[in-house]
Design a protein around this ligand. Structure first.
Ligand code: TPP
Length: 679
């Protein structure tokens, strides 16, 4: 067969090995010689490769269906090899290989649209849609994104990274199709975790009312990152435990006993009840009530079930929900055993599943949550809330110690904040630990529910600033800017882990809303004070005095600011360094005092420049009549920041000691020039 010989041609044994610290060309041509693989990993491609024959979904259609299991195995192999080298969302991706193949086999993409909710599970999709050879650059600077990106491929229909946006986007695409009089399919794949998010439910009920053709595939692996929580996931889970089915059978048995002599008929009823319980009542009823035709559940790893079912449901008119059961981590033993760790894991040793690099120092996350636990031991009013990020936010430690004071609300950031506000009205001291990027979704709840009422809700903003490989959708770039203008809000960021423990205490001692923002990664390793102490609200600290230039820094940027000042001092330039501690309330008096002594100012923040900390300093200078002082604001520019190692991105955006030093020198040179011109 021609196909086969073609395949054999492609299947020349190919093994590429990438040595430790290999220097490879940046795949996107964005930079020269980027070090893109951090460790000694061997990427072995199957010697007989089906995958190598697939450059687009059109090629997949030529693969005989009997070979799909072999192809699925090869895709898994690739995903495991690359993820073990660079980290990534392993368990979710291993769970969707079969139905990704089935979808691309049956649909006419890119004419037909697949929307991947969150899109952390789109690796197989990427491998099948022309990104196979670049896949080894996954999540690296200039490389393939770990999420869907329209700018990366025409097969990526919608950019994502945050959960719960998929169905909304798909409904929009379906309505655009109707408006244009077109007839292609629109399919959205959404996980059972994301299904519980408010946005998904809003979109489902909208779609149900519109009654236009749309297929939603519920990828039910019974896991969000951790175990799915809440009544909806309990509703879905009952299918598997069989509890509900057993209950129905029991009821039917009672019925038989209650009505003698009609056993045959009743046993048929019992059977029907079981059928209903399996196929319609449970879990379909909820979706049917939302206006969706419910089909399933089916085995998401069985091509025998997937292919005919999908083929049929794709022909059904109106909104349809296909319920597919999958197993997270399938095909890699360690990921099956620990799907939570492998949900989004760093590079690991393939043979053992152990992380390649372990930091000897704790993370900022751990310091914040350890301090919280310490304070919670003394104050019974303290409770902690996460929105489906129990491990990521470190709150698993709090849950372990205080299980009845811990709430995982699911992927429901908006609810998390208003829930906290409700608790706070009743004298409880809630702490919401959330990544900066996900807090964006709860902006109105901070403004409207927490801050208007000046409620003592503490926000522990994790992953503030650059987060590295997750890239654009996950950098915590905006929190300073979107919190500092909220009345009543206290906005803090510590210079180191010792100050972090004090800020945790400050948050919990403050009788109003307060936030503390910390970075992803390991702490500096400074000595820790014996006990956390509340800081005076709105008081910064002058770390070093100077007469030429003052660097006013916040959070993680204070240390490089100090290093820059040392370098400047070596050249005879006297630089003051202020640790602002508070973005709000700002220490206006300290800023004025320092500004009065120097020729120019530099502000530094690992956040967006527009409206952020530097803007706050400029406003303060202006308000105090010293707006004429030449000032340079260092921070993230007005664009979405790409993926890449934190260190590399910090260099790129001038957030290192060198970057601050250069800007200070540059500004001083400009000032000198102006003075010279005036003279
Ligand atoms: C708004 C938002 N909150 C939290 C997250 C973090 N997060 C990423 S994937 C995920 C779990 C998604 O679970 P599910 O939808 O079931 O998909 P699975 O990964 O299990 O396939 C979470 C909570 C996110 N991406 N977006």
């Amino acid at each position: 067969m021609e196909d086969q010989s073609l395949r054999r041609l492609f299947c020349a044994a190919l093994t590429y090995r990438i040595p430790r610290g290999a220097i490879l060309d940046c795949p996107a041509g964005l930079c020269d010689n980027t070090k893109i693989l951090p460790c000694n990993v061997q990427l072995e491609v199957n010697t007989v490769s089906l995958l190598k024959t697939i450059d687009s979904p059109a090629d997949l259609k030529r693969v005989p269906v009997e070979q799909f299991p072999a192809l699925a195995a090869e895709i898994r192999e690739q995903i495991i090899a690359v993820t073990s080298a660079v980290g990534g969302h392993l368990s979710s991706n291993l769970g969707v290989v079969e139905f990704t193949l089935a979808l691309h086999y049956l649909l006419e993409t890119p004419k037909d649209k697949i929307v991947w909710d969150t899109s952390n599970q789109a690796y197989a999709h990427k491998l099948l849609t022309g990104r196979r050879d670049l896949f080894r650059t996954l999540r690296q600077y200039g490389g393939v994104s770990g999420f869907c990106k329209r700018e990366e491929s025409i097969y990526d229909t919608f950019n994502a990274g945050h959960a719960g946006t998929g169905v909304s986007a798909a409904v929009g695409m379906a309505m655009a199709r109707e408006r244009a009089g077109q007839h292609h399919k629109v399919v959205c794949v959404v996980g059972d975790g994301a299904m519980t998010s408010g946005m998904t439910l809003e979109a489902m009920q909208h779609a149900g009312g519109l009654r236009k053709d749309l297929l939603v595939i519920l990828n039910d692996n019974q896991m969000s990152i951790s175990k799915s929580v809440g009544s909806l996931s309990a509703y879905l889970n009952r299918t598997f435990t069989g509890e509900f089915i057993t209950h129905i059978k029991e009821e039917a048995k009672h019925l038989i006993q209650a009505i003698p002599l009609v056993g045959g008929q009743i046993s048929r009823m019992a059977h029907r009840a079981e059928e209903l319980a399996k196929g319609l009542i449970l879990p379909g009823l909820l979706f049917e009530e939302l206006g969706f035709r419910y089909v399933g559940p089916i085995d998401g790893h069985s091509f025998e079930q997937l292919l005919p079912t999908l083929e049929n449901v794709l022909k059904l008119p109106g909104p349809t929900l296909l319920h597919v059961i999958t197993k997270k981590g399938l095909g890699y033993e360690p990921a099956m055993k620990d799907p939570v760790w492998f949900h989004a894991c760093p590079a690991f040793v393939r043979e053992t599943g152990q992380p390649i690099a372990k930091s000897a120092k704790p993370s900022y996350t751990a310091v914040a949550i350890n301090t919280l636990c310490r304070l919670a031991r003394e104050d019974r009013r303290i409770v902690a809330i996460t929105a489906a990020m129990c491990d990521g936010t470190g709150l698993s430690a709090f849950e372990k110690e205080f299980p009845d004071r811990f709430y995982d609300v699911g992927i429901a950031e908006q609810h998390a904040l208003t829930f906290a506000a409700g608790l706070a009205t009743q004298g409880v001291r809630p702490v919401v630990a959330m990544y900066s990027t996900f807090l964006q979704r709860a902006y109105d709840q901070v403004v409207h529910d927490v801050a208007t009422q000046n409620l003592p809700v503490s926000l522990f903003i994790d992953r503030g600033g650059l987060v590295a490989e997750d890239g654009t959708t996950h950098h915590g770039a905006f929190d300073y800017a979107f919190l500092r203008h909220v009345p009543n809000m206290v906005v803090m960021a510590p210079k180191d882990e010792n100050e972090l423990q004090h800020m945790v205490k400050t948050c919990l001692s403050h009788e109003g809303p307060a936030s503390v923002r910390y970075s992803r990664g390991s702490v500096w390793g400074v000595p820790m004070d014996a006990a956390p102490t509340a800081l005076p609200i709105g008081q910064g600290e002058l770390l070093r005095d100077g007469q030429d230039v003052a660097v006013i820094a916040i959070g993680i940027t204070v240390r490089p600011a100090l290093q820059a000042a040392e370098r400047l001092a070596e050249e005879g330039i006297s630089a003051a360094v202020v640790n602002a501690r508070f973005v709000k309330p700002l220490d206006h008096a300290l800023i004025a005092r320092v500004a009065g002594r120097v020729k120019c100012l530099v502000t530094v923040e690992e956040g967006c420049r527009m409206g952020g900390f530097g803007s706050a300093v400029l406003e303060s200078l202006s308000d105090q009549g010293i707006g004429h002082l030449p000032t340079k604001v260092i921070g993230l520019p007005d664009k979405y920041i790409e993926q890449g190692p934190q260190d590399l991105l910090r260099v790129q955006y001038g957030l290192t000691a060198d970057g601050i030093y250069e800007e200070a020198k540059d500004l001083l040179a400009k000032v000198a020039l102006q003075v010279g011109e005036r003279v």
